[in-house]
Design a protein around this ligand. Sequence first.
Ligand code: TYD
Ligand code: MG
Length: 429
Amino acid sequence: MIEDVIASEPKPSGKNASTRQEGITNLTAQRLSDISSTEEKSRILTGISELDRVLGGGIVLGGVILLSGEPGVGKSTMLLQLCGAVSRNYSVLYVTGEESIRQVKLRAARLNVPQENVYLIAENDVDEICGLIEKTKPGLVIIDSIQTMRCADVSSSSGTVSQVKESTARFLEVAKKQEIPTFIVGHVNKDGGIAGPKVMEHIVDTVLYFEGDKMLPYRILRAAKNRYGSTNEIGMFDMTGRGLTEIENPSMQLLEGRPLGVSGNCVACTMEGTRPILSEIQALVTKTSFPTPRRACSGYDYNRMNLLLAVLEKRAGYFFGNLDVYINIVGGLSLHETSCDLPVCLSLVSSLTDQPIGDKVIAIGEVGLGGEIRSVPNLEYRLKEAERIGFEKAIVPRYGMQQLDTSVYPKLKLIGVSSIQDALHAIQG
Ligand code: TYD
Ligand code: MG
């Protein structure tokens, strides 16, 4: 139970509907074509290219960006590095409600960020902070985090729904009026959260999610809402001892050091926004020691795996009835695209028969219930990436291949398949 005190609204004085006169107003609307919108003037490039891409080409002036993620995922680290990057050209105000100034200083020193133009304050009174922003007019404001901020005139404690909403609204107002871009950190609490970032998603311009397993170094930045760009792009980062570093070549990194000549492994290619990413799918099929065999997935959809197992049994004659089946996506990634169906099927059969799939083979395609292989979008980008990484053979949907200009991929041997049997034949033959 959370107490949420509703303050009584002041009565509107005089200006109510009954005194309105028809056609009399002080408002004028501007013509859309008359409003200036020079792109380069309205955006700040951060210099962190993964972040710029997710934001749709830099930070929009006056934009309010919510960065949410679980505690400890690296939000403060990312924003401190952003401060450093932006401070070369603009002054930055970093408001921390969680750490002391000294703690931030220590972290900044460790991350080696430029400190000349970054101003720090440990404060949680929203009106005071707004006043400071208006007075100093920095180029960028960071609020870490919204759950620690409070408006003095709202009587509930900080972190409650009314405080979070009201604080966000006030920061938004200042950001829009002064055209100062503002980043707001919002923690996602374990249970989805009563006063979590969800309650302010409709207020802000952009919502970014920072995701990642705390045990694994990869961090993925995703836009869930963006008024100034696409929400398809992702940014990939690596959490190292000296802060976050960008992963410019994720495919290479994800495939690095994979075991060669082992059965049960197959490489898939998924699209993350406009970027193709290759990743390794591992399957393990073993004799069960339980009354009902175990099925488990890590990074892959459990129900989709069961569906594919059923297709393999019915359409290709491979039986998994008394066998444990495990699927693992290497690197802590989650794959949800249908283009992974074919590589998952191939790795399952490879593990079952203990026959390795070649190391230079990639498979792309959706598997239907009839065992047919269906086309997937953006096949040309996926194949370009596979060729770039050094793959030599690609198993692709036959229909999709007919639409392609195969001479664009001189180093890649394309094998078009129309059914799951064809595909299995292609890797065995
Ligand atoms: P932090 O940015 O404080 O998380 P958040 O603000 O999202 O709660 O990140 C904390 C984690 O990041 C911490 O568990 C340790 C790790 N980390 C590193 O691995 N390297 C570093 O250089 C830093 C600063 C943090
Ligand atoms: Mg933090």
